[in-house]
Structures are given as C-alpha cells and as structure tokens.
Design a protein around this ligand. Structure first.
Ligand SMILES: *Cc1c(COP(=O)(O)O)cnc(C)c1O
Length: 404
C-alpha cells in the first residue's frame, strides 16, 4: 500500500484514487493545463530549483530548526516532543514556501499580476510579500469576517502594497474569498497568476503545493535522523486545506513505522455548522475545482463552518488527505476551540513560543497522545505558524478559559 501512496499519485489527470481532478468552468481548462505543463517543466529544471532554494534560504530563513521541547515533554511525562519551527519563517508561517515557489513560476510564465485568497491572512501576507519582492501587482481576496478578526494581517498586506478586497458574500470567510479569486482569474487570465494557498483546488494545485511544502518533511526527516539516529514514531499537524500537514507527512509516507495524525478544527464540537472537521461530518463532493470530503447538507449545499482559527475554517479538505484517510495511511482527528486555546497558552508558558491558533490544534493533540506513549518514543509536531496575529483574539477569550 505505502509505495502506491507516495510514488504514483496523483495520476496524469490529478486524481488521488477517487479524489482530486479538475472540476472548473471551460474557460479555466486551458490556463490550468498551461500551468500544469509549466510547473512540471520547472520542477525538473535545475535552474528553477536552484533559484527557489536560494530564496528559501536567503529570504525566507530555511532550514527551520527542529526544536526539542524539553519542558513540554517533561510536563506531559511521555514521548519526546520535537517542534518543526515553521513559525520562524519570514512572515510567520509555512505559507511562504508555496508563495515563493509559485511566484517564481509566475515570473517564468511572464505574468505581471498576482491574485490570491486568504483566510487567516497568512497566505495573503506571504503572497503580498513575494509580490513586493518581484515587483508584481497584487490583489488579495479576503472574507469580510476574516478581515475583521485578522486585522493585523490586513494592515501588513496593505503596507506591502497589495490591494485587499473584502468579500461580503455568503459566510464572508475563506470559501467566498476563493470564489472571488476564481472569478478574477477567469477575467484576467492573460496577465494574472492565481497563487492558491493550500493543497487544494483543481489539478495541478494540490500536487504543486504539496511539492512546494514537502521541504518541511524533507528537512524534518534529515534533522531527526541526525539528532536521534532514527525516524520518529508520530507526526502531528493541523489540517485546514492540508498544505502544512502534507508537507510534513509526504516524505515519510513510505516509512511504515511512522504514524501520522492530521488534526482538524473541532470548533464547538461536532454539531452541524459548529466545526470544520470534514472527516467527522463530511461526505464526498465537489467544491472549488476538486473532489474530496466536504461539509454539505443533504442537498449538496455547502454548510457553514466554525473555528476559532480562521486558517482551519473551511468546508473542504485537500484531496490527497481524503485519499490517505481512505487508505488508512493517515489518521484524522480534531481539536475543539477550547482545547486549542488551552494548548496555545500551554506552549507559550512552558516553551516561550506563542503558536498560531491553527498550530495550537496540533499541539492540543500532542498533549493527548504524548502521555500515552513511552518515554522512548519520538513525536514531531509541525508548528505551522506563530501566534502574533492571534494575540488580540486570544486575550479576549482566555479570561474565561485560562488554564490553571
Ligand atoms: C493557513 C494556515 C494553516 C492551514 O492551512 P494548511 O494548508 O492546512 O496548512 C495552518 N497553520 C497556519 C499557521 C496557517 O497560516
């Protein structure tokens, strides 16, 4: 099973088993095909890889440390916990790995204008950053509700010269922002590249974004082998669209002894419209270009979602995760808002690291699993981002939920 998982997918049409593919209006078929061809050419072009690696190192700050969380390990009394410090990257999250890859691709394709959607604003900031760097015009679509709860990132994008367009349709969050970005792309296809921010959407986005993010797992693998002379027992990552998780997991898929758990947003619990855990309440469907697990009602209408963390608050999950779930290679669980907030505070107090609320979901699961594993076991938690963007929101909440 495992060699099938890692080596051969997706197929030539972007399918991961029954998931993935390309479900878009006719006008987007050609542009996606062009993007696919250009991406695979670039992937095998040593000059492109050299340029990408140069900027990842010199501008973004790679490699990121694999940090032994000594006090968290002691407190939980179980497995040894390492944190993959994507929070230390320039702009504060793993999103820049992908944004950098895609803007170099856009440059190769002769595009002059960049658009993107953003939820928590981290992808918008990463995209605005690389656009400023390469002198490209940049427009970011963001749900009006997300603009409000992530105002710091709105200011950052504007300072970087991007135009931020608040989207007032529907639930005013990430899904609506993606719709607007796709609408823009159809209209401005000649000049514009759409930097999609996660391992989601029509082929080739899921495979392309995964490949730009696998640097996380490639580094973590080499680092743990150097520090511990062996592979880890457990990998943990939060799952929004799924890019930081697949980035960490992918290089370990062939290693049968490495268990992997993706953590979705449990919100206020698994009740309709109160969470964003697609593998808990979701079913097979098509949304925004791909086939995957989706939170929808009996008529196929997309359900509202909720999470304390804007970056996990999305009704669908990346198709490769759907495949890995059905193949039983990766296990998926969820952490509630309350557990994520408690983990957020715990990591800050014990390790001096304020994590993004998204990443705090993975830390929460670590707090459940570590005590159940022996002291000889190794866990790697992907710390996908830092929590600066979340401090106002958390300060508001912890009055009630401060752990003692
Ligand atoms: C966007 C974001 C996520 C969720 O996106 P994935 O594609 O699932 O990784 C997780 N953590 C942080 C810090 C983010 O900014």
């Amino acid at each position: 099973m495992s060699s099938v998982v890692a080596e051969n997918l997706p197929d030539a049409h972007g399918h991961f088993g029954q998931f993935g593919g390309r479900y878009v209006p006719e006008t987007l078929m050609n542009p996606l095909q062009e993007l696919e061809e250009e991406y695979f050419r670039a992937q095998h072009d040593p000059e492109f890889q050299r340029e990408l690696n140069y900027y990842l190192k010199e501008f973004c700050g790679r490699p990121t440390p694999l940090y032994f969380a000594e006090r968290l390990t002691k407190e939980l009394g179980g497995a040894k916990i390492y944190l993959k410090r994507e929070d230390l990257l320039h702009t504060g999250a793993h999103k820049i790995n992908n944004a950098m890859g895609q803007i170099l691709l856009a440059k190769r394709m002769g595009k002059t204008r960049i658009i993107a959607e953003t939820g928590a604003g981290q992808h918008g900031v990463a995209t605005a950053t690389v656009s400023a760097m390469f002198g490209m015009k940049c427009v970011i679509y963001m749900g009006a509700v997300d603009c409000e709860r992530q105002i710091l990132n709105v200011y950052r994008m504007k300072m970087l010269g991007a135009e931020v367009v608040p989207v007032h349709a529907g639930q005013k969050t990430l899904k609506e922002a993606v719709n607007e970005a796709m609408r823009d792309w159809v209209t401005n296809i000649r000049s514009t590249h759409y930097i999609l921010g996660t391992a989601y959407g029509a082929h080739p986005y899921p495979v392309m974004v995964r490949n730009f993010q696998r640097v996380i797992g490639d580094e973590a693998r080499a680092q743990i082998l150097e520090k511990e002379k062996r592979l880890p027992d457990l990998l943990l990552a939060c799952v929004g669209g799924g890019s930081n998780a697949i980035g960490l997991f992918y290089p370990f898929l062939e290693d049968a002894g490495v268990k992997m758990v993706g953590v979705e947003a449990g919100g206020e619990g698994i009740f309709p419209e109160r969470h964003a855990a697609r593998f808990q309440g979701g079913s097979l469907g098509v949304l925004q270009g791909t086939r995957s697990y989706i939170l929808q009602d009996e008529f196929g209408q997309i359900q509202s979602t909720h999470s304390v963390s804007a970056g996990l608050d999305y009704a669908a999950v990346g198709p490769e995760h759907a495949f890995l779930r059905d193949a039983s290679r990766v296990e998926y669980t969820y952490a509630t808002d309350e557990k994520a907030l408690a983990a957020f505070m715990k990591l800050a107090r014990l390790e001096g690291i304020i994590p993004a609320l998204e990443s705090a979901h993975a830390v929460a699961e670590c707090m459940v699993r570590s005590p159940k594993l022996g002291k000889d076991k190794l866990i790697i938690v992907n710390l996908s981002g830092r929590g600066d963007k979340d401090v106002a929101q958390v300060a508001d909440k912890v009055k009630l939920e401060m752990p003692r």
